[in-house]
Design a protein around this ligand. Structure first.
Ligand SMILES: [Zn+2]
Length: 311
């Protein structure tokens, strides 16, 4: 059976896996990123990680098709360069060329949200669906659009940047420089920001602004806290509007929601679905399921391997 290596490069960890053509992980390993050591050191450790994954202890060495890598930033897939990776302090770092030379294998790059979406669409919650949009609600809002098993990348690999849809033009400043992007409201960070603003304005609540997390907001919601209720309604209404717009434009069969916030379950999904139906055209909404992601942290490595297995 054919297999490939998927690498998920993160700010804290580099995850790697040997994945077969059915999407099954045969072996995986995780190493610290140690961003401060710089790009050449990280690329060298990715190279050695690929070698270990190609011939794991106790397993016969495999002929791998190639290596796919998810990069947490903007990439240029024509030149194989990471244009900007804020978490790693990278600007214009050549990735594909040096690795391909050392490995003598094809190397494929994509944005980390795109590869996670591809993983979920391939063997996760979007399996066997034609068109899937996958959204990760974490520190930001990541997104990827998968059409017939392929990532929709657009002309400069900017397709799927769902988190930066401007939905509140006078809203909070986003890392991208615009105001009121989806991720300023509906990410875990956005939910905490909204809750803290209400608490600072003196509105009565059981929440403590100290060390507040989005999970704390959902706990308060369950206890009937009015501020938490208002915050989650705001966040789900805004996300529902974004998904409604996407449903009208792309008309997908499924939208897969992952990341820490998706663990809230019905407390997130019920108001989200209601908001989505308020904003999407009826035929588009009816055709589209909104479901939780199932691959968790493996989505990135599985999706990255898919790039090399089905180029
Ligand atoms: Zn933004």
């Amino acid at each position: 059976m054919r297999s490939a290596i998927g690498i998920d490069l993160g700010g804290t960890f580099i995850k790697g896996a040997l994945v077969d053509e059915t999407g099954k992980i045969l072996y995986k390993e995780e190493i610290p990123t140690i961003a401060m050591r710089g790009a050449p050191d990280i690329l060298d450790r990715i190279y050695r990680l690929v070698l270990r994954l190609s011939a794991p202890e106790g397993m016969a060495p495999r002929k791998i098709e190639g290596v796919g890598i998810g990069i947490p930033g903007f990439i240029d897939d024509r030149t194989g360069t990471a244009i900007e990776v804020v978490n790693l302090g990278w600007r214009n770092v050549a990735i594909r060329g040096p690795l391909r030379t050392k490995l003598d294998k094809p190397v494929y790059l994509d944005n980390d949200a795109n590869v996670a979406a591809l993983g979920e669409a391939w063997v996760g919650a979007g399996r066997n669906r034609d068109t899937a949009i996958c959204i990760t609600l974490g520190t930001g809002v990541g997104g990827g659009i998968i059409l017939n098993g392929k990532v929709l990348r657009g002309v400069t690999v900017m397709a799927g940047e769902i988190g930066h849809m401007v939905l509140e033009p006078d809203g909070a400043l986003c890392n991208c420089g615009h105001r009121g992007c989806l991720e300023t409201v509906s990410s875990a960070t956005g939910v905490v920001r909204l809750a803290k603003e209400a608490l600072q304005a003196g509105i009565k609540s059981i929440m403590d602004p100290e060390d507040l997390t989005s999970a704390d907001v959902f706990v308060a919601l369950e206890k009937g806290d009015e501020v938490a209720k208002h915050v989650i309604l705001h966040a789900t209404d805004t996300l529902g509007r974004a998904l409604g717009i996407l449903a009208n434009v792309i008309n997908p069969e499924v939208m897969v929601i992952g990341g820490g916030m998706a663990k809230a379950g019905d407390a997130l999904f019920v108001p989200l679905r209601e908001a989505f139906e308020r904003y999407a055209l009826q035929r588009a909404a009816k055709a589209c399921d909104i479901v939780p992601a199932i691959l968790g942290n493996d989505a990135g490595v599985v999706g990255a391997a898919n790039l090399a297995l089905f180029p």
